[in-house]
Design a protein around this ligand. Sequence first.
Ligand code: AHR
Length: 678
Amino acid sequence: MPYNKLFAAFLGLGLCFCAQAQDVYTVNTRQIKATISPTLWGLFFEDINRGADGGLYAEMVENTSFDFPKPFMGWSTQPARVRTGMFMVINQSQANMADPKFLRVNLISGDKVGLINEGFGGMGFVKGGKYEGMIRYRNASGGGVGNGLAGGGMLLPEVAAPSVVVQLVNAKGSVGEAMVNLAGSDTAWREVTFSITATDTASLGKLLVGFKGPGQIDIDRISLFPSDTWKGRPRGLRVDLAQKLADLHPGFLRFPGGCIVEGKDISHRYQWKKTIGPLENRQLIMSIWNDDVPLRQTPDYFESFGLGFYEYFQLCEDIGAAPLPILNCGLSCQFDAAEVVPIDQLDPYVKDALDLIEFANGDATTTMWGAKRAALGHPAPFNMKFLGVGNENWGPQYAERLDVFSKAIKQRYPYMQLICSSGYTPQKQEFQYIDSVLRSRHVDIIDEHFYNPAEWFLQNATRYDKYDRQGPKIFVGEYAAQSDRIGSLKNENNLRMALAEAAFMTGLERNADVVTMASYAPLFAHVSGWQWTPDLIWFDNTRSYATPNYYVQQLFSVNKGTAVVPMLTGAVGGAGGIPVTGQDSCWGTACLDQPKGELIVKLVNMSDKAKSRVVMSDGKLGRTAAVTVLAGNAPGAMNSLEHPEVLAPVTKQVDVKGKEVRLELPAYSCVVVRVKVG
Ligand code: AHR
């Protein structure tokens, strides 16, 4: 029986909330210590671990456009060896860098040949599920490769196209098919769509596109999506994964990373303008994660940018998250190529930032980028207020580039809050330099990253108690407890790591006057396509599951509150109480949800023993409290695709006596209490 169900049964027996020799925590609901930013708990998204292509972006075909450096990567043919000239990849990169390659199919009478795509390590179909396909094609112009490559609607003699049948295939054979008519008598590219309902399920399915001669055709793209996409948007996002983001109620969504912002070198940096508009204008690049992790090489990992900046802003709007884009500041990864753009050549980089703000917020009728946004279907602004300048950059090179960006952005958009990098970890000496520079410049927000052992997170629940209350705000932009070590492939998303993060997060909430944003990283991982552990949400081609770390994020986010109030050890009236920061292996914090008139208490028990606690308020409380518990029977417990809810929160109503809530914190647990005040 999953532990959460056992625990629910335990609550049902009413055994949990019994008063024994209990420790007391006192909450003073009238003493507001800090206002909690609505953006406190947010999300970090990066296309790592197949987070976008092969993940959230629901395209099921890998290398849809034959534009990978090896144009048949992701594809195979049936039969395996085909006659020379039957398939020919035309590379027109001199004429079209964004969409350089297409496939010419050239068949004589009697030829029967198939193109097979296995998606991202196998395609997933669900019995009864509908799938929407698209082929972008044009008349092959009847001649050799010299003819018709300029395109553009030139009228040509009618050339017969091969007949085409598309099939979804599982281990048993075809599980659905459609005939596709590639008609057209000119050289203009056009799209034909088809729908197939799967008659069986597959986790390692394939798409088979069968051609029968005679005929010739040029094919630029073959695509397949589930018809059920997030918000019903054609060729959009995977519903289960997008829903998991929405269920976190994030205050912000950081995008697009992460290291992919920096790129392997400057030319490889993320460029947002290349990610909007028609797919054929979005030039794919090799993912930085393709070969970055020697033991987890993913040679077929490319970024198609099907999930580009417009889709990103839409997603933010859908899930109520403030957009927080991070842009390259003229520095590539300082560990890798360490390329630096000369200061006097930074203009295009700064312009990209200014144009992005205009794309997000500009008037649809008077600004060029605002008009582009409107043309894509969103006349209203996206209301972007945050912008990150550089990811994990540091040193004087960063400081001087940041100055250039800050001046230009603040001059034109004084309301824009800039997120400034403090490097890859505050534990290295580089941090001291950049942190003091950023503080002397009075920047808006400093981004700190932590990939550390659980013990570090426990000890650092007090980290921000010591920060300057008048200084820049802090964005804990990337963090995750490492059960092994950073970069290890053995890190686990286990309960102990999740609880260590929860303990740390009590410290972030208690210091909400300084810390205004925080996000776990990385967000997604494909079970067979990952490069980095641990990760918040894991998935395969049809299923996904939330880790205990996810549930911790959710517990904090949906119980964010609006104002921090003190919760100290000891009874009301007792002197010398201190914040609950590890005494007897417990961590805790308290806040108010002022619009709802509720007190919210969060407690973490890291020990292997249950702990009895009394939370005493200075004022009267409601008669019942909602108590949500995330707990497990072992610190190493984890969820999985097969057992997704071994660890999941369970909520029960419990009786409250006057000003006291009596709790029994199970071993290894995170407990959230919500109760009316006054
Ligand atoms: O989250 C994984 C990586 O860790 C990010 O890409 C980078 O910013 C950090 O070093």
